[in-house]
Design a protein around this ligand. Sequence first.
Ligand code: DX5
Ligand code: ZN
Length: 232
Amino acid sequence: MAIEKKFILAPSILGADPLSVGSAVDSLKGNWDWLHLDIMDGHFVRNFSFGPAMVEALRKKYEDAFLDVHLMINELDYFLPKFADAGASQISIHAEVSPQLLHGRLSWIHKRGIKAGVVIAPATTVESLRYVLPLADLVLVMSVTPGSGGQSLIESSFEKTRLLSRLRSEEGRRYLIQMDGGIKLENARIAAEAGCDALVMGSAVFSSFDPSDYLAKTRNELKNMTIAKGDL
Ligand code: DX5
Ligand code: ZN
């Protein structure tokens, strides 16, 4: 039996005016499911963004929010506890950062009672994740080069999403698939049809005239997509 699929919209506050993040989130009028927080250290990526204090402030202001923290940082062992303590609901870490430690770090996140995501940058293969997929609550497919918002989507990301979706059903996995970078109203449905469950949108939302309405239009664009009952 087919049921309507519910998609997760995750606006990225990297796309908001850094001088008024709180009012930018307010301008979404709650029309979001996850708040995507892009953490950058100036080493793993050539940019800085914000740190645990931002997560803490958002947790204080939006007590029940699902804070989806995407760590684009090298010093994971030092900072994972800081983001966990700050109130992250989910922490996604890049498979490219010391891959030999990936299992242990994903397990550490789980032990803290937090959802664990694994991220692949555009040049990294889905195949390289094969042995951590059983540990992942989420696989984040970066559809732009990590480090900044407002870039154009890299088309091969759809193929990776389709492969992850196929692997998920073939192996009976439960991870969600998230695409992150260059997602907007015009390509959201292609992402959804490729098997994406959660869509990150930064500049498209916050540069729009009415961010809340932009999210509503995106949700509308994804309506009437069905999945077999029991699938994600
Ligand atoms: C880039 C970030 C993305 C980005 C998305 O490193 O991970 O989340 O902020 O922004 P847009 O939607 O503007 O590409
Ligand atoms: Zn991100």
